[in-house]
Design a protein around this ligand. Structure first.
Ligand SMILES: Cc1cc2nc3c(=O)[nH]c(=O)nc-3n(C[C@H](O)[C@H](O)[C@H](O)COP(=O)(O)O)c2cc1C
Length: 171
C-alpha cells in the first residue's frame, strides 16, 4: 500500500474475528518495530507476544476501562522497555508501537493501543504492575502499552482529511 494511503487507512480497531494472525504476519510486525528510530540509537525495547487466551483476558482487566478489547484480539504485543538504558524510553517505545500499528494495517490487520504506563484499575493497582506480573518481567522493564492485533471484524472510515489543521506558519 502506498504510504499516503496507509496513514489514512490506519484507524483503531477494537473488534476482531477469530482468524489467527499468522507467524509470518507477526514476524513482519515485530520487524517493523525493530526498525523504529530511537534516541541515541539505544534499542532497549522488549516486545512480548501474547496469544494465550487466559493471559489476553487478564491483560484486558488491567484497567477499569479502555483495555477490554485486548480480550478479543488474536494476539497482543506488550511494548516494554529496559528503562536503565535510556531516559527517552517512553518516546522510543511509543514510536516502535505506532510503527508496528502501521505495519499491521499494511498487512490488512487491525490494531489498537491499550495504554498501560500511568494507568491503573479500579483498585488503584497500576496496569504496569499487573502486566509485569502476568508476563514475568524484571524490575527494570517498564510497559508502555499493549497492542491488540487481529483481523478486523468492523470497517472504519478513512481518516477525515477535512479535520487536518493546515495552519502552517512560515518564518
Ligand atoms: C498514547 C495513546 C493511548 C491510547 N490508549 C488507548 C486505550 O487505552 N484504549 C483504547 O481503546 N484506545 C487507546 N488509544 C487509541 C485512541 O483512542 C485512538 O488512536 C484515537 O481515538 C484516534 O482514533 P484512530 O486511531 O481510529 O485514528 C490510544 C492511542 C494512543 C496514541
Amino acid at each position: 500500500m502506498d504510504f499516503k494511503d496507509l496513514v489514512q487507512k490506519r484507524r483503531s480497531i477494537r473488534k476482531f474475528t477469530d482468524e489467527p494472525v499468522s507467524e509470518d504476519q507477526l514476524r513482519t510486525i515485530l520487524r517493523a518495530g525493530l526498525m523504529a528510530p530511537t534516541g541515541h540509537g539505544q534499542r532497549g525495547w522488549q516486545f512480548v507476544v501474547v496469544d494465550n487466551r487466559q493471559v489476553l483476558t487478564a491483560i484486558s482487566q488491567c484497567r477499569e476501562a479502555g483495555s477490554e478489547f485486548v480480550k478479543g484480539a488474536a494476539v497482543a504485543i506488550a511494548v516494554c522497555y529496559d528503562t536503565s538504558v535510556s531516559d527517552v524510553w517512553i518516546e522510543d517505545a511509543s514510536i516502535a508501537a505506532v510503527t508496528m500499528q502501521y505495519q499491521a494495517t499494511d498487512l490488512g490487520l487491525g490494531s489498537c493501543w491499550c495504554q498501560v504506563r500511568a494507568r491503573s484499575n479500579a483498585e488503584n493497582v497500576s496496569a504496569s504492575a499487573t502486566i509485569k506480573q502476568l508476563l514475568g518481567l524484571a524490575d527494570n522493564i517498564e510497559v508502555e502499552c499493549v497492542l491488540g492485533i487481529g483481523h478486523p471484524a468492523i470497517e472504519r472510515k478513512l481518516q477525515d482529511e477535512e479535520k487536518l489543521n493546515w495552519d502552517c506558519v512560515k518564518k
